[in-house]
Design a protein around this ligand. Sequence first.
Ligand code: SAH
Length: 272
Amino acid sequence: MSTGGLNAGVGADGAGALVSHRPLGILAALPQELGDLIEAMRAESGVRTITHGQRDYHLGTVHGAPCVVTLARVGKVAAAATVSALIHAFDVEAVVFTGVAGGVGTEVRVGDIVVANALMQHDLDASPLFPRFEVPLLGVSRFAADGALADQLAAACERFIAEEGGASAARFGTHEPRVHRGLIISGDQFVASATGVEALRDALPDALAVEMEGAAIAQVCYEYGVPCAVVRTISDTADDHAPQSFASFLTEIAGTYSNAILRRFLEARGAV
Ligand code: SAH
């Protein structure tokens, strides 16, 4: 087994000695979406970095929780490949994806947070052979997020808003953030037009947010029986303003949200 060496490394020596049980996999697409997580790990336990399939996997303990942290890059294939490695080479117990997304639900505004209850691929269509959106031969179109993990993430988001929501809104010039829970849709497109986002609303009226990785992760986790959850901060509303809104949110705000949410989520998890 070519991955045996990596597996054996977790929980063995160096920083791995701190990993006494199976780690949590934490991933994002872009570095800004991880905030200071790897620096926090370095300060807390030291970081052991393993490069595998052109990605760096950072092993250690952060906010009291043993984790493997990595970047998937953008899109469904990249996300599926990365989460597959987290499962097979790093034996993660569960997977959490953190990042930004475009708001689709009419109530969902820039600066809000969406925690997925379910995820689906909005660009998957093998009709008329299979129903639109259904993954052929798997017979599933919507993949459920793990209920307990999603509850823990949503609770961390609510604590963040209660403790810092007003200050964050004032600092970034956004609304007081709200947490939404529901459907996140994924596809290999950056949605950036009024017609594009309208078409998604028409096809999937309960969709809250659109991004490019979540449903791929949820599908792989479903197939391997690994719990997963996805939290997305809304960087844009997937319309004609999306490119500018996305770019400024990513550089100025995404890391702050991610730090605030992940710290609260991991501290609560480490305390169990
Ligand atoms: N590397 C580029 C492109 C990022 S693509 C850059 O840094 O500028 C946008 C990323 O943010 C994806 O990972 C996707 O999951 C998420 N995202 C945010 N807004 C989106 C939108 N309107 N449509 C699709 N994905 C969006």
